[in-house]
Design a protein around this ligand. Structure first.
Ligand code: F6P
Length: 326
């Protein structure tokens, strides 16, 4: 087992609230154990460019409550080339970094899988994404905050929708995953929820609107994930308005407000547990695994398994939405 003495920490891909809390926990745990810590700015792109600096425990003071990431983040196309990965490896070597903590989502771990096919350096990942689309953990850092931001916004929209007897289509984030839509839709009592994991039957959606109209239901809220197979709020708005020209329809895209803001208590605790666990895992010889929490217990899942499978959407939940919207 290689002794880890210098740890590099980075955040990569879309930022998520709680990333700072994870960075803080990893830095402080490493310092506690007498390891040298290096921050790698802007994810894999910063790794390629050698945007790497020495971090001390005080560099992570007063960040546990802040959204965004003090390490900055990026989506690097260059890293997905052989040349990019080689440059990144050379930068790590020149700084003497012999352990990595990678905080990110699907793209981060896909990048890691490719990198570690070519180069060997101990690495442990943390699930940092609002999308909650990684296997190997029940929750990802940032999901709870993002979904609560969506809930707050949808509740506000419902007030005005109710006042005007309007049908509202609300698009939430999730290019490939419908968890934010599913959870915020259920929590806000949406009449319909459309997600990428299930085929959207637009005729059925329109039929449900028609039934609600006949029953004189005041409000009809549809929450749609941006990556739904039928399309997002724009496409849905056009379909609804053309079938029901007499209806008062509005749409809203919540967008990046879901990625920002102060992390919830749940996200701060999750990030702290996982940041601490990642450094501990590196010290005890674990590598190329993501730390996650499943049923309250800490588990480690190989990077390739985290991205191969998508956490499954329960059929009961889909059925429940229809029942509760009756
Ligand atoms: O980080 C995940 C995510 O927020 C997805 O839900 C969304 O599709 C995507 O990132 C947006 O990415 P960008 O900020 O690069 O446009």
């Amino acid at each position: 087992m290689q002794t880890i003495s210098k740890i590099g920490i980075m955040t990569s891909g879309g930022d998520s609230p709680g990333m700072n809390a994870a960075v803080r926990a990893a830095v402080r745990t490493a310092v506690y154990h007498g390891l040298e810590v290096y921050g790698i700015r802007r994810g894999y792109q910063g790794m390629i460019e050698g945007d790497i600096y020495r971090m001390e425990a005080t560099d992570v003071s007063n960040i546990i409550q802040r959204g965004g990431t003090i390490l900055k983040t990026a989506r690097s196309k260059e890293f997905m080339t052989d040349e990019g990965m080689h440059k990144a490896y050379e930068q790590l070597q020149s700084h003497g970094i012999n352990g990595l903590v990678l905080i990110g989502g699907d793209g981060t771990f896909r990048g890691a899988v490719e990198f570690f096919k070519r180069y060997t350096i101990p690495a442990v990942g943390l699930p940092g994404t609002i999308d909650k689309d990684l296997a190997g953990t029940d929750y990802t850092i940032g999901f709870d905050t993002a979904v609560n931001t969506a809930v707050e916004a949808i509740d506000k929209i419902r007030d005005t929708a109710e006042a005007h007897n309007r049908l509202f289509i609300i698009e939430v984030m999730g290019r490939d995953a419908g968890y934010i839509a599913l959870h915020s839709g259920i929590a806000c009592g949406a009449e319909d929820i459309l997600i990428p994991e299930t085929n959207t039957d637009i005729d059925a959606v329109l039929k449900r609107i028609d039934m609600d109209e006949r029953r004189k239901k005041n409000v009809h809220i549809i929450v749609v994930a941006e990556g739904d197979d039928f399309g997002g709020a724009k496409e849905l708005y056009a379909a609804v308005q053309s079938r029901f020209p007499m209806l008062d329809v509005r749409s809203a895209i919540l967008g990046h407000i879901q990625r920002g803001g102060s992390p919830t208590c749940a996200d701060r605790v999750l990030a702290s547990r996982l940041g601490y666990a990642a450094v501990d895992a590196l010290r005890t010889g674990k590598t190329q695994v993501m730390a996650g929490i499943v049923n309250g217990e800490l588990v480690y899942t190989p990077f390739e398994n985290c991205v191969k499978q998508h956490a499954v959407i329960s059929k009961d939940m889909i059925e429940m939405i229809r029942v509760l919207a009756v």
